[in-house]
Design a protein around this ligand. Structure first.
Ligand code: SF4
Length: 366
């Protein structure tokens, strides 16, 4: 797995953001380098030393060429640095908060009460990110800090006209006043990922463990739709909602025809998803009918429906083109059945933490 947290040593005391430049011998006054850049000095098998304008940073366990252009959030007191932006990756996500007002049965990042305002550090990170990046914002629930989030987006969209954003939100906190506020943003450059698990309010509310959540998410989607926001509906496929996929497809096409995409997603075995794995994991390799009919229905009515996180060989051949490789590079892995597979180049495989007993009756039969 690609490490997102690195061991470091520095003489600095307070947390700070830095961009690593691995061109050995580059002088610090080289044009194109900013005061946030640290250039590579000595490197050994164990560690590499980077020199900024007024402090140095020793990073352990990396090949300097793998981190060139990466933007780190350095926490000296803990001896760690978080790779906020990896220059060579399309999968960079900034965690706005660990707080959330839902307790979804499959949550991969179970909520915590503590919150640290990271927006000032994230601003620097976005400004230092590579050209034409798409940056994810997630949580917890980012819109618990809605004003700060919208202001952050406005500043960053204006400062970096080449950067796009993908915001994951439960859409529980938008109200009519937000139509105007959202309208001030360049909404063509933000995709709002919003989970809806069922067309049945009771099932949706039970999955997110919040009474009234279904009504609230409909209101939030309506606000986003009125503002002209781009919306990606996200539905994790699980035992509690699998049988209702066709009903959900009908609901999407009739009540939410303004969404840009609908993604049906396989379950991730981490956080609450791991705790509840046996009551949630739905083997779509043998029960694909429910999903296939929903996809057919949605697509026939003009919805751009997709499959995320599905190993290609578990899908009937006709549906594989709907399943791009979506698992982030740092948490993607393959299993023994994948050796020599002809589909591997296009297949997103598994989450690194997927159980060895993978649960698919049909796997590797391409
Ligand atoms: S065998 Fe592995 S690489 Fe091939 S399609 Fe299945 S999961 Fe993907």
């Amino acid at each position: 797995m690609i490490p997102l947290r690195l061991k470091i040593e520095t003489e600095a005391i307070d947390p700070y953001v830095v961009r690593l430049r691995s061109f050995e011998g580059v002088a610090h006054d080289t044009p194109g380098l900013s005061s946030f850049d640290a250039v590579l000095g000595n490197a050994t098998r164990e560690s590499a030393e980077f020199y900024g304008e007024d402090r140095s940073l020793r990073v352990f366990g990396i090949d300097p060429s793998d981190v060139n252009g990466d933007v780190l959030f350095v926490v000296p007191g803990r001896g760690t640095a978080h790779r906020l932006i990896r220059a060579n990756s399309r999968h960079n996500t900034l965690l706005v908060t660990e707080r959330c007002d839902q307790l979804c049965l499959m949550c991969s990042q179970p909520p915590k009460q503590q919150h640290v305002d990271m927006f000032p550090f994230f601003e620097t990170a976005v400004l230092l990110s590579p050209e034409n990046a798409t940056i994810g914002l997630s949580g917890g629930e980012p819109t618990l800090f809605k004003s700060e989030l919208l202001e952050f987006l406005q500043r960053m969209l204006s400062a970096r006209p080449d950067v796009d954003f993908h915001v994951l939100t439960n859409a529980q906190h938008f109200d009519r006043d937000d139509v105007t506020k959202l309208g001030k943003l360049d909404l063509n450059r933000i995709l709002w990922g919003v989970p809806v698990y069922s067309s049945n309010p009771e099932i949706h509310d039970r999955i997110v463990e919040k009474p009234g959540a279904f009504g609230q998410v409909r209101e939030g989607l309506s606000v986003l739709g009125h503002a002209g926001a781009k919306i990606e509906l996200r539905t994790v496929l699980m035992k509690p909602n699998a049988a209702g996929m066709t009903d959900l497809a009908r609901f999407v096409t009739t009540s939410l025809p303004f969404v840009d995409k609908w993604a049906i997603m396989q379950l991730e075995n981490i956080g609450y998803g791991r705790q509840n794995w046996h009551s949630l994991f739905f083997d779509s390799s043998k029960g694909f009918d429910a999903v296939g009919k929903a996809l057919d229905f949605a697509i026939s009515r003009g919805i751009d429906a997709m499959l995320y996180n599905f190993p290609l060989c578990t899908l009937p051949p006709d549906y594989r083109t709907l399943a791009p490789s979506t698992i982030s590079d740092w948490k993607r892995s393959y299993v023994s059945e994948c050796a020599g597979c002809g589909l591997r180049d296009d297949c997103g495989g598994f989450f690194e933490w997927h159980p060895k007993a993978h649960g698919y009756e049909r796997l590797g039969l391409t």
